[in-house]
Design a protein around this ligand. Structure first.
Ligand code: B1M
Length: 211
């Protein structure tokens, strides 16, 4: 089994205590950090999601896999960073109201920060007015990113865009949306400025939006 496959298996089976060592060993052996992330960790989360759908695993297994992935990302983090902090302005990010999934949002935050933004992370279950409060507090912010992982919380993306627009930020701030159930069509329908399918493209799009 390759080192990247070993990492995937460790995430999928929730080997919290082993993951840091496995990721460090893979990095020391010269594995590409982006491959460790995409083909190791993200692929593992996708597998566990498929198993959850088939009732082969349950919420506790998803939780422990998520915990394992978070630990692994901490080891990867310095290897994914490149840009100089904050030079492109502020980027407010959060997972929308009713949604507790934060791994994808955290990856977007990490990539956007690496691209040169100062990230203000509001966390999970962020109500629309909390995004507005954050914008009021950081009036020089250029982009807001909102993440949703559940079909049931896609409406909260819509409410978030509406709240930001109603608060007078329509022409001042760009809104980016994403998350597994989100599509370009949906982003267009709710009036978001951009949709991207993954964290890497979110970072490039953010740079494009302020250039
Ligand atoms: Co949940 N969960 N979960 N879960 N969970 C999913 C999302 C699900 C698809 C699993 C399944 O059924 N196959 C399903 C949603 C079905 C649906 O709505 N269509 C689901 C469900 C049903 C639930 C619960 C309702 C289960 C229950 O309680 N019965 C519950 C809801 C809780 C809530 O939020 N209110 C729940 C709970 C949980 C845990 C807490 C146990 C845990 C989350 C832990 C955590 O995040 N700290 C969890 C997990 C781990 C998952 C899966 C397995 C993995 C999610 C993940 O981290 N993926 C997930 C299955 C799956 O995704 N296949 C599943 C890895 C991550 C890197 O990908 O977040 O998609 P992702 O992010 C991607 C892109 O989407 C994109 O970039 C990232 C990659 O580069 N992206 C953006 C994300 N945000 C972006 C923002 C952007 C741009 C791109 O711009 C701003």
């Amino acid at each position: 089994m390759s080192r990247v496959q070993e990492i995937a298996t460790a995430v999928e089976t929730g080997k919290v205590k082993l993951i840091e060592g496995l990721v460090q060993d893979a990095l020391d052996a010269g594995e590409n950090p982006n491959e460790i992330l995409d083909e190791g960790m993200i692929a593992a989360m996708s597998n566990i999601g498929a198993k959850f759908q088939k009732n082969e695993v349950f919420v506790p297994e998803m939780l422990v896999a998520a915990k394992t992935m978070k630990k692994g990302i901490e080891v990867l983090r310095p290897n994914l960073k490149s840009g100089s902090l904050g030079k492109l302005g502020k980027y407010i990010i959060g997972t929308v109201e009713g949604d507790l999934h934060d791994i994808g949002k955290n990856l977007v935050a990490l990539m956007v920060e690496s691209a040169g933004f100062e990230v203000i992370d509001l966390g999970v279950d962020v109500a629309p007015d909390k995004f507005v409060d954050a914008l009021n507090e950081h009036s020089d912010c250029k982009i807001v990113g909102a993440s949703a992982l559940l079909t049931t919380t896609m409406d909260a993306l819509k409410s978030t865009v509406e709240a930001i627009h109603s608060a007078g930020y329509k022409d001042k701030v760009k809104i980016m949306v994403g998350g597994a159930p989100v599509t370009q069509d949906f982003a267009d329908q709710i009036g978001a400025d951009a949709y991207t399918p993954d964290a890497g493209s979110a970072a490039s799009k953010a740079v494009e939006l302020v250039s």
